[in-house]
Design a protein around this ligand. Sequence first.
Ligand code: G
Ligand code: G
Ligand code: MN
Ligand code: NA
Length: 251
Amino acid sequence: LTMETELRKALKEGQFELHYQPQKNIVTGRIVGVEALLRWNHPKEGFISPGTFIPLAEKTGLILEIGDWVMYEACRQNKQWQDEGYDPIIVGVNLSAKQFHQSDLVERVASILNKTGLQPSHLELEITESMAMSNEEDIIQTLEGLRDLGVYVSIDDFGTGYSSLKYLSRFPVNKLKIDKVFIQNRKQNEAIVKSIIHMSHSLDMKVIAEGVETEEQLTFLKNERCDEMQGFFYSKPLPPKHLNEMFQKQT
Ligand code: G
Ligand code: G
Ligand code: MN
Ligand code: NA
């Protein structure tokens, strides 16, 4: 089978799963969100990382169907956690460029929220800089449509793309996610990390550090007033039932 055929089959036969990586408020230490990360549980190969199949899914357009499934499943799971009595959190979903540029994206998101019963303010869509930093009218319209719907939008891998900072201040975006390369080479990038935190707050945005792996990194981020953290220091992405255990521990 070609990989494209295999991907179609995977979608039809339910071979995709979402894992969730917790995001903590740095001050309170509580889980305030999770990022949904796609996993392909292949019957022969075992877990396949999205890095290997997302590019093909993008090329073939299959990403639209896969992306709808991801968003639906992430919203459904988050609603289920709320129904189970856990404190409400935000679920983050990665959007690919093709998804983001669908002319009916806002309607699709609204329909998924409607079907799953999740409140818009409990969904965050992650887009990359290159998707957002453009002057095109339809991009601004999409971002405004998402804002009016009440979902959050964050900029993923911030600092690694082609940032046109002139757009950032005009864009209805809620949060910057500092790319892990800046956190992991923290000493070398200290000035950059401080500046991104400062800039986020000046623009009335939240800021989260990705790829936090050490206590030293966390202490630095706390001192610099970074809002949230995500990374292996606290937890890798995990299947949903492990999150239930983490929620229980903190109540
Ligand atoms: O999950 P992992 O740890 O391997 O992620 C690898 C890459 O795949 C990351 O860049 C991540 O943003 C991307 N990715 C993970 N899940 C999804 C998804 O559901 N949709 C899209 N478009 N990208 C995803
Ligand atoms: O591109 P995006 O930021 O969506 O992808 C998140 C990716 O980062 C996933 O592949 C996830 O597994 C990975 N990741 C999450 N936390 C850490 C971490 O602390 N260290 C490293 N090296 N990777 C991480
Ligand atoms: Mn992401
Ligand atoms: Na990222």
